[in-house]
Design a protein around this ligand. Sequence first.
Ligand SMILES: Cc1cc2nc3c(=O)[nH]c(=O)nc-3n(C[C@H](O)[C@H](O)[C@H](O)COP(=O)(O)OP(=O)(O)OC[C@H]3O[C@@H](n4cnc5c(N)ncnc54)[C@H](O)[C@@H]3O)c2cc1C
Length: 469
Amino acid sequence: MRTILIVGAGQSGLQLALGLQSQGYGITLMSSRTSDEIRGGRVMSTQCMFRTALGHERDLGLNFWDDSAPRIEGLGVSVAGAATPGGHPRVIDWVGRLDGFAQSVDQRIKMAGWMDTFEQRGGQVVIHGTAVSDLDFLVRKYDLVLVAAGKGELVSLFRRDVARSPYDTPRRALAVAYVHGLGPRPEHPGLEAVRCNLVPGVGEFFVMPALTTTGRADILFWEGVPGGPADAFQGITDPSEHLERTLELMERFTPWEYARATKVELTDAGGTLSGRYAPTVRDPVGRLPGGGLVLGVGDVVVANDPLTGQGSNSAAKCAAVYLASIVERGDRPFDEEWMRTTFDRYWRTARHVTRWTNAMLGPMPEHVVNLFGAGVTFPAVAHRIANGFDNPSDFEDFFYDPEKTAAYLDQVMAEAESEEAVAEADPERLAGEADPDGVAGPADLGEVAGPADVGEVAGEADAAVRSIG
Ligand SMILES: Cc1cc2nc3c(=O)[nH]c(=O)nc-3n(C[C@H](O)[C@H](O)[C@H](O)COP(=O)(O)OP(=O)(O)OC[C@H]3O[C@@H](n4cnc5c(N)ncnc54)[C@H](O)[C@@H]3O)c2cc1C
């Protein structure tokens, strides 16, 4: 039996451990915390996962929370305009329907549950904060050592890939609060959706439904531009003060979200999190002082900013690729060439995530503002952007290059015009296609920007960016 050591009991480490265990490998899992410590500890993420990543969990029979977690069927984008005496108006707003539902299961529940399952199935868990010196010794005892320790200290084993890591400092200050009591969203009360609010120059504010240790909850998540007004959580240790600051920022920059939040309370004392890190891609092969080699997994090798909600998705995709590559290797050695080939297989998907996320961290170019604005008028645009969260490689075709964006919008407009012509000729057909769940189509979005306003939005966005410096 081939033996594998996995360090780190997060999304990637546990998914791989359970997957390999079910294929008959001898797996040892090293975790710095017990499952009870994880369950009773602090939240670690907002962990919204989309269809493809959830599919990898389902393939392994690990979708234990499908019936209890809220089914997220939509993804919406709002853009705040420049401040007026009445506050920040919302100049773009739409929601696109996801082709498959998304889900956010508090990692405290999921990782603790998966770890217990791994042990119940006969897996060996060693509770130990693993050091490089441990690995130097252990690498000789196993056929393969995988380091899935997230953004912890063991990343120092893996060289930063400068060409793939354009930023060497954090691009956002992160602040998460899990709450109960958020009111329904008036625009689409029957539809569970992740809402991304972009506040140019200030940062982003996300709201998403989740399952946490105390049941159904919503997560309020600020991503503040460093040094800007939403970079306001440093030094806050009291969870209620953290929530208060979250709400103040919502009232100031996203009043339409604040309106639903006047009765919220924290889910539990561990329901807040703040911090920051630089998005980094690393060389996948770590060389230990004694010459042994280890392969990095998940965030260890590709850590993107959570702005696009991709890290857990990527960790699941990475674990799926590595699982296939390990099994295909059969009895042959897990040498350096195999390690690099295995990572390259993953990078084929991961590079799109990194490109898109890093693009979203910069100032929003005018053609992207136009694209987001077009989502208001054209449900096809909203649908495509929303589903890009599941498959970011699609953005290559319509997001980065102004000419491609313009060509795509021309095509959408032409299609809409021909649909309109068909509808005029046959009104009953259009009525039959109306969305029953109230996802906003053009007619539902009275006051938000139409195409004519989008140029102004771009100007407002630029002004806001300049005013923060
Ligand atoms: C605020 C925030 C919001 C996010 N929102 C989303 C989102 O909505 N969607 C999404 O897809 N992603 C999101 N992410 C990213 C996502 O949480 C991570 O990318 C994902 O958890 C990475 O999985 P992993 O297995 O690589 O590492 P982790 O989940 O970090 O797991 C690593 C594990 O290793 C353990 N460990 C560390 N060092 C050692 C050691 N020396 N010895 C033993 N164990 C060790 C850690 O305790 C941890 O349990 C978010 C992240 C943050 C910070």
